[in-house]
Design a protein around this ligand. Structure first.
Ligand code: NAD
Ligand code: ZN
Length: 358
């Protein structure tokens, strides 16, 4: 068990779902209703077990299953969950639980933030990305038209309960994408943690339970420290966006056909190139990072795009402030900061490091 005494809420790491009832009762579930929101891939794997475990702690447990995939993280799905809640007479005291990856967490969290002006919810993340990243920090939201996370709210979960064993069933490419965010945490905040990941990379790739637990614990600690220092992203929280400025641009131009964690890792590789050229990080570190990406089966280059298009796509990013991009750089390995001086030329040069030549 990894429980760090949180001022906001607990993050519990377990090897099974078995302790969910205990945690729910501790939070005061008796007499309330629960709606478990999950997707069509996760439902056949874990819904029945979780429903059964929780049926004794609530007056009623229902579930809403939506079709898996980012394309369903939108207001239409939110509307269907509202309808389900209204049909089942959910009131202000009742709870929602997000069982699944980041798509489920964002969607369920947003529904919880807005239904009856806000009801409580619990995160039960089942992907690596959601266990280390998206379930923590209280950002919720859905996509709107072609705009990602365009509509959202800050709404903290009452509890994050991560069952590390659930990662066993995760498709390899999803695990690989999650590693993109995990390694980013080391790069921006904790060199020792970064070195530990590299030393244990074989055990991580084999998804050894004890190593995965330490990995998730380490990443959680970093994400949470950053978020607690700046919950609504006025400043410091922005360092979590390392790799995201160029990563998001690639993700968008590729019509979201590449996984988010992979785009972030590519964006981080390009950002590291800027750090190398500015003399803040040795070139050998950028090479070592690229080798690590390859080890975890992440793409280290992208084709079919021009540098100009990628740079143009960074301009309507949410990370803009008064027309200036808040670019995240490392002034040394393990320490990130917000830089407002990165030029288009620097970005284009850096993209050379990650773009396949036509
Ligand atoms: P996801 O929720 O789509 O999950 C990926 C795939 O894995 C899905 O097909 C899902 O059905 C399947 N799956 C989930 N758990 C499984 C398991 N244990 N075994 C087998 N299959 C499983 O995607 P994700 O990568 O978890 O999250 C991406 C989303 O998270 C994006 O929408 C992104 O915007 C969001 N996000 C949010 C935040 C935040 O702070 N709120 C941060 C980062 C990302
Ligand atoms: Zn991300």
């Amino acid at each position: 068990v990894c429980r760090d005494g949180a001022p906001i809420y607990d993050i519990v790491l377990e090897d099974s779902f078995d302790r969910l009832p205990e945690e729910m009762e501790r939070l005061g579930s008796q007499g309330r209703k629960l709606c478990i929101v999950t997707d069509s891939n996760v439902a056949p794997l874990y819904l029945e077990a979780v429903e059964k475990l929780l049926s004794g702690c609530f007056s009623q447990v229902t579930s809403y299953v939506f079709p898996a995939g980012e394309e369903h993280k939108n207001l239409d799905t939110v509307k269907r969950v509202y309808e389900h809640l209204i049909q089942n007479r959910f009131d202000r005291k009742d709870w929602l639980a997000a069982l699944g990856g980041g798509v489920t967490g964002d969607l369920c969290g947003f529904t919880a933030a807005t239904y009856l002006r806000g009801v409580d919810f619990i995160q039960i993340p089942t992907t690596l990305l959601s266990q280390v990243d998206s379930s923590i920090g209280g950002k919720t939201g859905v996509d709107f038209d072609c705009y990602k996370n365009m509509v959202g709210a800050f709404h903290m979960p009452k509890l994050v309960y991560a069952n590390v064993s659930a990662l066993k069933t995760l498709p390899p490419e999803q695990f690989s994408a999650g590693m993109g965010e995990v390694i980013k945490h080391g790069l921006i905040r904790d060199r020792e943690y970064y070195e530990w990941i590299l030393e244990n990379k074989e055990a991580v790739r084999n998804r050894e339970l004890s190593v995965c637990r330490r990995l998730i614990c380490g990443s959680n600690r970093i994400k949470r420290q950053v978020v607690e220092a700046d919950p609504t992203e006025q400043n410091e929280r922005a360092v979590l966006n390392f790799g995201h400025t160029l990563g998001h641009a690639v993700e968008k131009l590729k019509d979201f056909s590449m996984l988010h964690g992979h785009c972030v890792a590519l964006g981080a590789l390009a950002a590291l190139d800027i750090c190398v050229k500015r003399g803040m990080v040795p070139e050998a570190e950028a090479d070592r990072y690229r080798e690590t990406m390859e080890y975890f089966d992440m793409p280290v280059s992208v084709g079919g795009l021009t540098k100009e298009a990628v740079v143009a796509a960074t301009k309507n990013d949410k990370k803009m402030e008064a027309g200036v991009i808040k670019f995240i750089l490392l002034d040394r390995l393990g320490h990130a900061y917000v830089d407002r001086t990165v030029t288009d030329e620097e970005m284009k040069d850096a993209l050379d490091a990650v773009m396949e030549r036509p």
